[in-house]
Each structure stands twice: as C-alpha cells, then as structure tokens.
Write a protein that binds this ligand. Structure first.
Ligand code: FAD
Ligand code: DHB
Length: 390
C-alpha cells in the first residue's frame, strides 16, 4: 500500500492529524494496534482548551461536542474545604470545553471513515523503517499476514508505550524525565458532580479532583500511591475518601452512584528532544507526557499535529521544508510551557510525602496567593484555558 503520510496510532494525535491532512488534500493511512471499540471506550482526559475546541468545530468534527459538551467559565480550588473560584471568563475572556477524550476519538473516527479515510485496526508487529531516507515504510501484520505501507513521511502518534520513539537510534534523542511520588485513583460514576464546575481540592488527606462528563456522570480522582493496589479500594472506601477530601460537609455535597470505571494512573513528566528524526515525526504522548493536574495531555497532542499538518501542507504545496525543519522547535516551545504549568499545578495541589513542614506552609501560601491575587489567578487562568496558538 502507498500513501503520503503513514500514521502509527489512532489516539487523538493520529486521528486529528489524518483529519487535518485530508482537509489539506493530503492522503494518509492510520495503523492501530487496538480495536475500534477499545479505543472508543478508553476513558482518559476530559478538558479541551478553548482554541482546540474551536479547531474541532471549525474543521467539521465539533457538532456533537457543541451539543453535548459543557462550556465552563471557571474552576474552583478547595483549601481544606473552603472553595475559591477562579473566573476564567473574567480573567481571560475565554472558557474551556469539558468533553471526554473518548468522545473526541469517536467523532474523529466517524468523520475519517465517512470521508473515505483509511484506518487499519487490530494490527500487530508494527515496525518503522528507512526514515533516514525519503522512502520510509511502516510494516505490520493484519490477521497474521505481513503488510507494508510505503510513504513520504511517518507520524509516530503511538503514545508513550509505542514503537516509534524506541525505533530511533541510540544517542539521537535526549530524554527529560520526572517521576512523582503519587498517582491518581480515578472513577467514572453514574451520579451528578458536587458542583457545576471542576473542583481541585487540596486537603491534609491528599488531593481530590471532582470533574464530570455530564450533569449526571461524574469523573472523580483521589491522590494515591503511584503503585496503589486498586483491590484495596472497594467503592465504599473510594466514596468515603472522596467525601472527606471535599472538606467539612463533603458527605452532603457528593452523591454516590454506580461506579462505571475505576483505575490508577501513575504520574510523570517526560519530554524527548528533538521530536523528529529524518522523516519520522513524533507527536503527542509518543514525545511527551504531562501529569494530569493541568489537563494538558490531549491538548498538546492536538497542538503538535496542527503544527505538523501545516508543515506538510506547505511542503506538498510548494516543496518548501522550512516548517518541517522547524517542527520540533515549534512544538517544544509549547510543550515546555505546558510541562511547567502541569508540574506547578501538580506540586501546588498534592501532598508530597517528602515535603517538610516548611514546604507545607509555603504550599498553603501559594494556594492562598493564587486564589486571592488578580495577577496570580490570571496566570493560572491563561495557562488553563490554553496559551494562544500561533
Ligand atoms: P494515545 O491516546 O496514547 O494514542 C496512541 C495510540 O497508539 C493508541 O490508540 C495505541 O493503542 C496506539 N498504539 C500504541 N502502540 C502501537 C503500535 N505499536 N502499533 C499501532 N498502534 C499503536 N490527560 C489529561 O489531561 N487528563 C487525564 O485525566 C488523563 N488521564 C489519562 C489516563 C491514562 C491511563 C493515560 C494513559 C493518559 C491520560 N491522560 C490524561 C493523557 C491523555 O489522555 C494523553 O495525553 C492523550 O491520550 C495523548 O494522545 P495521543 O494520541 O498522543 O496518544
Ligand atoms: C479531568 C482530568 C484532568 O486531568 C483534569 O485536570 C481535569 C479534568 C477529567 O477527566 O475530567
């Protein structure tokens, strides 16, 4: 099979790239290890930055998001139960879209297939070849049969555990890594959220996040150990802790419901530089991971592929390679700002077992400052709704 851009991975990065390329008249094929139903059911991120929601809408894949998604104009930060609001709309003129990542994935798959786009699901043994020249190839197996895609460029959109990044020869990439001494235990529940906006709650018992997918489905998280044993968290214990981390009166605020999903995620910050080698370009989690506290993971994936699609459009239109050559630099400038913000939100809101009493007092002062100072809350707000995309 031959195409212009061979894409590994049908997460938000790979699907959005294929969608943007099709709009620029560029042909692509996506290969995906999992089944369509698996990727459509994988519960992950929930917050879409303002510009990214606009991009989905402007490029024709935002109709359901605009109907079913929730536009939020602020968040609440809890300080041992005292909730203080950060008013994004007043501070930045913008809001955010709360809409599940798996819904974005569903919408993109539907749009690609309806437009005749090619996605090969349930493939195995993926490998990438010859990206140091101008005729790279993706090899894989489908139903046990070996197949090959010959292409001009390979997009490595295969997430943190994919094969594209590890296929780059040793010594080419520099890795920047930070592992946090905590994780999140998350549930999806058939019950209304405690507030109509997200609550990021700092307490002396640890951090809790109260998010949602609709007015009747909540997405709730508890800070836990990075290797927390989920078996030790029957639903009753999860609800008790979630209520406690809302602060006094939390038991009345939080309604229990049927737990639809439960899982533990470890937290890490990770970046590789550069994000491109020859004709292999990494995008999204394949190149960088952020801890989820800043809600940036999916948004960065979408930003990367927007930049890559523009560079490819320029190349196919005019033969110019300037944007392709600048891809990594362009992405990394945004990635590192999101890394800084995600690290900062994570450090400010979680209890770090290594912290001293001095650190705790300083942390409290920071929360107090950020929720009372116009300048500090504006800085949080402009990063949370998404820095301008140029
Ligand atoms: P992915 O969504 O990981 O997509 C990569 C795709 O490549 C997958 O479909 C995978 O099956 C496929 N693939 C992998 N290897 C191969 C192969 N060898 N061949 C073919 N296909 C392959 N962010 C937040 O902001 N908030 C959250 O609450 C949050 N929760 C998360 C929970 C979990 C468990 C994880 C893993 C991530 C979470 N994130 C969260 C981060 C966010 O979901 C990611 O940043 C986002 O999914 C990145 O999109 P992507 O397309 O780059 O990668
Ligand atoms: C959600 C996840 C996040 O990591 C976050 O910061 C906010 C919301 C969510 O899943 O709804």
């Amino acid at each position: 099979m031959r195409t212009q851009v061979g894409i590994v991975g049908a997460g938000p990065a790979g699907l959005m790239l294929s969608h943007l390329l099709a709009r620029a008249g560029i042909d692509s094929v996506i290969v995906e290890a999992r089944s369509r139903s698996y990727v459509e059911a994988r519960i992950r991120a929930g917050v879409i930055e303002n510009w990214a929601a606009d991009l989905l809408a402007e490029t024709g894949v935002g109709a359901r998001m605009q109907r079913e998604g929730l536009v939020h104009e602020g968040i609440e930060i809890g300080l041992n139960g005292e909730r203080r609001r950060i008013d994004f709309k007043r501070l930045t003129g913008r809001g955010i879209m709360v809409y599940g990542q798996h819904e974005v994935v569903k919408d993109l798959i539907e749009a690609r297939l309806a437009a005749g786009g090619k996605i090969e699901f349930e493939i195995s043994d993926t490998s990438v070849h010859d990206f140091d020249g101008d005729a790279p190839k993706i090899r894989y197996k489908k139903n046990g049969e070996a197949r090959e895609i010959a292409c001009d460029f390979i997009a490595g959109c295969d997430g943190f555990h994919g094969i594209c990044r590890p296929s780059i020869p040793n010594g080419v990439l520099t890795e920047y890594d930070r592992i946090y001494p905590f994780g999140w235990l998350g549930i999806l529940s058939q019950s209304p959220p405690p507030s109509h906006e997200l609550i990021y709650s700092y307490t002396e018992r640890g951090f809790g996040l109260y998010s949602m997918r609709s007015s009747s489905v909540s997405r709730l998280y508890l800070q836990c150990a990075p290797d927390e044993d989920i078996e030790k968290w029957p639903d009753d214990r999860v609800w008790k802790e979630l209520k406690a981390r809302l602060g006094p009166g939390g038991d009345k605020l939080l309604q229990e419901g049927k737990v639809l999903e439960k899982g533990v995620t470890a937290m890490r910050s990770f970046v590789v530089e550069p994000m491109q080698v020859g004709r292999l370009y990494l995008a999204g989690d394949a190149a960088h991971i952020v801890p989820p506290t800043g809600a940036k993971g999916m948004n960065l994936a979408i930003a990367d592929v927007l930049f890559f699609s523009r560079a490819l459009a320029e190349f196919y239109r005019s033969g110019k390679t300037a944007l392709l050559e600048g891809y990594s630099k362009k992405c990394l400038s945004r990635v590192w700002k999101a890394q800084r913000f995600s690290w900062w939100m994570t450090s400010m809101l979680h209890l770090n077992p290594a912290d001293s009493p001095f650190d705790r007092r300083r942390q409290w002062a920071e929360l107090d400052y950020v929720t009372t100072s116009e300048a500090a809350s504006k800085s949080l707000a402009e990063n949370y709704v998404g820095l301008p995309i140029a």
